[in-house]
Design a protein around this ligand. Structure first.
Ligand code: ATP
Ligand code: MG
Length: 420
């Protein structure tokens, strides 16, 4: 492959790689995304593939989604596609729907909104040129365009150079871009972790100076970001980089601070996260409840160890500690309750392994199967093949224990029976 040398970058325009000079082939582009690109182009509009899709195709990886940008306005896009829905209040995006729930997102070129821009500002003022659209994106390798008109790659921000040298670089001033949207710090670390790229000096340094801004982000948005990393199969590498940059306490409050400050706890977590990622990459991901329980396990363990009361008290103590932990990521209420239950059952399983005695009633708990999986990871470093991994490990370790011990009836019931 011949590629344009960095010194050929013309300050007055983008670097353009012709088809013969880059590896991105239409064969690897989703056929529905191609349909969208061609229909826009044949109707006289510019139509570019953009973002993660171009980046991943250039690196020979399979993209997760295919996003399109165009100079067609949202209403014009809607006219071209009967399967199109416009979404978004201020800046409208077109979602073109295909079979199997697939969505190709089509955005109109836009520029970074002005500072005085409010909810009521006319959205037409935020439409921009392809160049403005490239410069409002986060990192250089995410701002490449693939032009369906001649199959060339257009680079306004130096992304090709950074792709080749394996560098994550914020577009523009990292200080300003992080203040504008702190989630970009998360994105920098995510892409560095996923691709194994280095982070450009200023892009990296400014994370140290601005990481606290993450605490003020919408908790729901941070939760969405966390789920992307859980699903990606790179959670382990992302969290390790979060720790290296000191952002764990900003995101996960007391639980993050515990992992940040206790290297043993974090080292213990790493192989578990690797096993979680292996499952996600193999297409059999663990439930979100199980994954979040694993992430919180080292911290939860020391909370539970301090509380010596009966099971319900310990569950309440863990729940209260989680609420008071100052986590910036908002885990939905029901999920939080599920995690607390899972962690308490895991704790019971760990002590049952030591004592060789287990209550059968535990099996009826809603989160038993999540706990069984989490336990298997902790005990064996993998999820062993079984409907009930804990049951299997327990029986293997304590063959003479005849399974789960039956719980005696509640004493109040017994008392009233004895009176009769
Ligand atoms: P993935 O492989 O996870 O989909 P991606 O880079 O495609 O990676 P998306 O969340 O799909 O990530 O975003 C699509 C594109 O939108 C990005 O490539 C980037 O150009 C732009 N983008 C996303 N988030 C931001 C942001 N916070 N600031 C600026 N640009 C962003
Ligand atoms: Mg994407």
């Amino acid at each position: 492959m011949t590629t344009a040398a960095p010194d050929t970058m013309d300050s007055s325009g983008p670097v353009i790689l012709r088809r013969a000079e880059h590896p991105v082939s239409r064969r690897d582009i989703d056929p529905d995304a191609l349909k969208v690109l061609y229909r826009l182009y044949r109707n006289g509009f510019k139509a570019y593939l953009v973002g993660g899709a171009v980046r991943d195709l250039f690196l020979g990886k399979r993209p997760k989604d295919f996003d399109v940008v165009t100079d067609a306005r949202p209403a014009q896009v809607k006219k071209l596609f009967s399967n199109c829905m416009l979404i978004g209040r201020r800046f409208r995006l077109a979602h073109i729907r295909f079979k199997g729930g697939k969505i190709i997102e089509v955005a109109t070129f836009r520029k970074e909104p002005d500072e005085e821009c409010t909810e009521n500002t006319d959205p037409n003022t935020s439409f921009g040129t392809p160049e403005e659209d490239a410069f409002r994106r986060d990192i250089t390798i995410n701002a490449l365009f693939y032009d369906i008109a001649d199959f060339s790659i257009i680079d306004y921000t130096g992304g090709l150079e950074d792709l080749r040298s394996g560098l994550i670089r914020m577009i523009g001033s990292p200080h300003e871009r992080y203040v504008e949207d702190p989630v970009r710090m998360w994105r920098v670390l995510r892409h560095a972790a996923r691709l194994g790229f280095a982070i450009e000096e200023e892009t990296a340094r400014e994370i140290g100076l601005h990481r606290e801004l993450l605490c003020a982000c919408s908790g729901a948005r941070l939760y969405e970001e966390l789920n992307k990393d859980i699903a990606s199969g790179f959670l382990c590498r992302v969290l390790a980089l979060f720790r290296a940059y000191g952002v764990l306490p900003d995101l996960l409050g007391a639980a993050g601070a515990f992992l940040q400050e206790d290297p043993h706890a974090f080292d213990m977590l790493l192989p578990l996260l690797e096993a979680v990622d292996k499952r996600a990459r193999a297409g059999s991901p663990l439930s979100q409840t199980a994954v979040l329980s694993i992430v919180l396990f080292p911290w939860a363990r020391q909370v539970l160890t301090k509380e010596t009361g009966p099971g319900d008290d310990r569950m309440k103590a863990l729940h209260d500690s989680l609420l008071a932990s100052g986590m910036s990521v908002t885990i939905p209420k029901a999920m939080k309750a599920g995690i607390v239950q899972t962690l308490c059952i895991v704790e019971r399983m760990l002590s049952a392994m030591e004592s060789g005695r287990m209550r059968w009633s535990l099996k009826k708990r809603a989160r038993y199967s999540d706990a069984s999986v989490v336990f298997s990871l902790i005990a064996r470093g993998e999820v062993i093949e079984s409907k009930d991994p804990f049951g299997r490990i327990f029986r293997e370790t304590h063959p003479s224990a005849s399974g789960f011990r039956k719980k005696r009836r509640p004493s109040r019931w017994r008392k009233s029976r004895d009176k009769k």
